[in-house]
Design a protein around this ligand. Structure first.
Ligand SMILES: [Zn+2]
Length: 57
């Protein structure tokens, strides 16, 4: 069973021209869209892949 857990320790970077917008450094998804959920990163996101390895229970 998968628990809903928030992961916010992913590396973030400024989004091009938007002043207060940030995105995941790896998959470039908007942090607002990610909303702390691992599944909202792209499947090939390095952070997501590495994190999913640690939550195999
Ligand atoms: Zn990501």
């Amino acid at each position: 069973m998968k628990r809903q857990k928030f992961y916010i320790d992913y590396p973030q970077e400024h989004q091009g021209d938007a002043l207060h917008a940030y995105q995941c450094k790896h998959c470039k998804i908007d942090t607002v869209k990610i909303n702390g959920l691992l599944e909202n990163h792209l499947p090939e996101c390095v952070y997501r892949i590495e994190k999913e390895k640690t939550i195999t229970e």
